[in-house]
Design a protein around this ligand. Structure first.
Ligand code: SF4
Length: 452
């Protein structure tokens, strides 16, 4: 390691928004203790289904100047496992003298393999909270850092774990059962981010709709997601909250009323995983609803919040899925009109019930269905983008592209919005701030507009 400079670290994050918020927390503690943050790489997002070529990304950004490389892993699919291994190999190759610490879901089943790949230390999910303290040679584990300069929206982890056991999902085995963050801690974190200029907080959790089920008392009325949101609205100055995801059977009247009556402080955007439109497949997946219930709930939400934006996930090629089952999923996508759909091609995950089910679907058919579903999702997305032309978008400013001199951010309804900052705007343009943009032209995967 080089001498005469503060220690430096880099975090590579794979997987869901909960992992991202945990990486932010580690980063905040380390940076707040004087270490240099050389960056956070969100190398793969299993929820959004993006698939960057992680190895080249990691190796181009990492060098021995990072004393500590933290790789926060995911194990949601076999493909993700490959990306984790690729990331560790790439990090070891680019920074042979750095200390590589691997944490997250992949560590649960693969500790030995990680050492062979080049990891120096391994922290399982339950040990993750101690990781920053280990680097600081300090047993304290308190939230005391500065927010990561890499982000413009505060990712707040409100919950961990899941007890549902969907038949395709390994998460309950690697994350354990429900564990909610105490409401006071959530409030403290949000207020902390607000004091650093953040205007949007994303509430993340492995199963956020189960917030509070593990509390032994009613936690001052906060033993439910709705209760927590009410408390946040009353006790923080955050301008906008967004829920990262919610199961359809956890949307109740309380939640709908809070969103509709919050005066835009809760984004009118719900990500509700559908997974399949076939009752036979939903039952085999061990999902806790059927297609009729999903449709009825969405109808009720749309009636009470007409401007709601709905996004979803679907899995195609689940064991036993016939052409007819797949068609049912496609019909639901069209009829509900999701503005964004993440399409996952089912892949067998060892250790899950679905991996040994009869009726595994041929890879070629899965590919075909995935292509068709992505095509339908893209068409709906384009229609949604065009329907927002000429509408003022309240957009949180996230990035500035120096080369193009174009800024971009995310709107309340989860659109990517681009704009060119002008000299007269320089005082109002700060990362994390929500700006009103008159978006009037399609641009890339979103809309282009001007600050008003
Ligand atoms: S609800 Fe189902 S898919 Fe989501 S984490 Fe739990 S088991 Fe996995």
């Amino acid at each position: 390691m080089e001498k005469n400079r503060p220690l430096a670290f880099r975090i590579v994050t794979l997987g869901c928004k909960t992992n991202q918020s945990e990486s932010d927390e580690i980063s905040a503690i380390l940076a707040g203790s004087g270490l240099i943050n050389t960056g956070i790489d969100n190398a793969c997002d299993s929820i959004s289904g993006t698939s960057e070529h992680i190895g080249s990304n990691v190796s181009s950004r990492i060098s021995n100047a990072c004393d500590y490389i933290i790789i926060n892993t995911c194990t949601v699919t076999g493909t993700t496992d490959g990306k984790v291994r690729q990331a560790i190999r790439a990090a070891r190759k680019s920074a042979p003298h750095s200390t590589i610490i691997v944490t997250g879901c992949y560590t649960v089943f693969n500790a030995k393999a990680l050492k062979d790949l080049g990891a120096d230390y391994i922290f399982t999910n339950s040990e993750k909270e101690k990781l920053a303290g280990f680097i600081l040679k300090d047993t304290k584990n308190i939230f005391q850092g500065v927010p990561s300069s890499e982000r413009s929206r505060a990712f707040i982890k409100i919950q961990d774990g899941c007890g549902q056991r969907c038949s395709y999902c390994i998460v309950p085995m690697v994350r354990g059962s429900y564990k909610s963050t105490e409401p006071e801690k959530v409030i403290e974190k949000i207020n902390y981010f607000v004091s650093h200029g953040f205007e949007e907080a994303v509430l993340t959790g492995i199963h956020a709709g189960k917030y509070g089920v593990d509390f032994t008392d009613n936690a001052g009325g906060c033993n439910s997601l709705s209760g927590l949101i009410k408390k946040i609205l009353e006790n923080t100055g955050i301008r906008r909250i967004r829920l990262s995801s919610i199961e359809v059977n956890e949307i109740d009247n309380d939640l709908i009323n809070i969103i509709s009556g919050s005066n835009k402080r809760v984004a009118k955007h719900l990500h509700i995983p559908l997974q399949s439109g076939s009752n036979k497949i939903l039952s085999a997946m061990n999902r806790k609803y059927d297609a009729g219930f999903f449709n009825e709930t969405v109808k009720a939400v749309k009636e009470k919040i007409p401007s709601i934006t709905l996004t979803t996930d679907i899995i195609v090629g689940f064991p036993g899925e016939t052409d007819q089952d797949f068609e049912m999923t496609m019909s639901m996508l069209e009829n509900i009109g999701f503005s964004k759909t993440h399409v996952f091609k089912y892949s067998q995950r060892q250790g899950t019930a679905a991996a040994s089910m009869k009726g595994q679907v041929d890879e070629r058919i899965k590919k075909d269905r995935s292509r068709i579903a992505r095509g339908a999702a893209d068409k709906l997305r384009k229609e949604f983008i065009l329907s927002n032309k000429g509408v003022i978008q309240e957009t949180v400013f996230e990035e500035f592209n120096e080369k193009l001199q174009i800024a971009s951010g995310t709107s309340e309804n989860y659109l990517k919005v681009y704009f060119k900052p002008q000299a007269q705007n320089k005082d109002i343009i700060k990362k994390g701030k929500i700006l009103n943009i008159m978006a009037d032209a399609p641009y890339r995967e979103g809309l282009f507009g001007t600050i008003i």
